[in-house]
Design a protein around this ligand. Structure first.
Ligand code: NAP
Length: 214
């Protein structure tokens, strides 16, 4: 796949690393182009100074920016997002009152409204950057849940998840992003509350056989 990752921080770098390792072509952009260049050097991706250049050439666009930057990214890209698979990895968090971050809405649904022509999928937000770079824990792949209302976005994102080492799981419609975002908040709160080392990921146990993306 030809993947444009918008954002070259923890998440952009981690997904660039696993995606390049899986054989995908990855282009990174950031607010400061020198940050994208540095992360590209580290990961084997390419860097561009204009996000639109990466998006225009991509089959898949991954949004790896703070949620507060989403409006400016979408405004800057305009119609360039039309018809693109747009993977939303963002989380919204009230740092001072983490539990209140679970508020019954989702960033992904808001993004779909702001970019109605994009094919939005929610994925990878429930995994810490360390696990996005390497979803293997003691020889087991952690789960890669994907929620989307668009069949192509769902299929493509499940394929991407599998290729970079997650166990892909179809989580249903985009509204299930509310659950996936709540999972991220739970995982973050658990690390803080218990002093855990930000390395745990989700894996359902029991009869959850792998199902290939159809
Ligand atoms: N960290 C995690 O483990 C983790 C896990 C799952 C989900 N998330 C979510 O993923 C998102 C990114 O998190 P992060 O930890 O990677 O944040 P980060 O390290 O702060 O990186 C954010 C990146 O977004 C870039 N950016 C900001 N505004 C931009 C714009 N208008 N155009 C292009 N790029 C822009 C920044 O550019 P500059 O470098 O130039 O500032 C930076 O490279 C957040 O929504 C976060 O909640 C994080």
């Amino acid at each position: 796949m030809n993947i444009a990752i918008i954002g070259a921080g923890n998440v952009g770098g981690a997904l660039a690393k696993s995606s390049v390792r899986a054989g995908h072509t990855v282009t990174l952009s950031a607010k400061d182009p020198s940050h994208a260049e540095a992360k590209a050097k580290e990961t084997g991706a390419r860097a561009v100074s204009k996000t639109a250049d990466a998006v225009n050439a991509a089959d898949v666009v991954t949004l790896a920016v703070p949620f507060t930057a989403v409006d400016s990214v979408i405004a800057e890209l305009g119609d360039a997002l039309a018809g693109k698979v747009l993977i939303d990895v963002t989380n919204r968090m009230k740092r001072e009152a983490i539990a209140e971050s679970v508020d019954g809405t989702s960033a992904a649904e808001q993004i779909q409204k702001k970019a109605p022509k994009a094919k939005v999928a929610k994925a990878f937000n429930y995994a810490f950057a360390s696990k996005q770079a390497d979803p293997d824990v003691d020889g087991q792949s952690i789960d890669g849940y994907v929620a989307s209302d668009d069949a192509d976005a769902k299929k493509t994102t499940l394929e991407l998840a599998r290729s970079i080492g997650f166990r892909p799981i179809d989580a249903g419609p985009l509204a299930m992003a509310r659950a996936l975002e709540a999972m991220a908040i739970l995982n973050i709160a658990l690390q803080i509350q218990n002093g855990w080392p930000w390395q745990s990921g989700f894996k359902l146990i029991g009869p959850t056989p792998d199902k290939k993306p159809s």
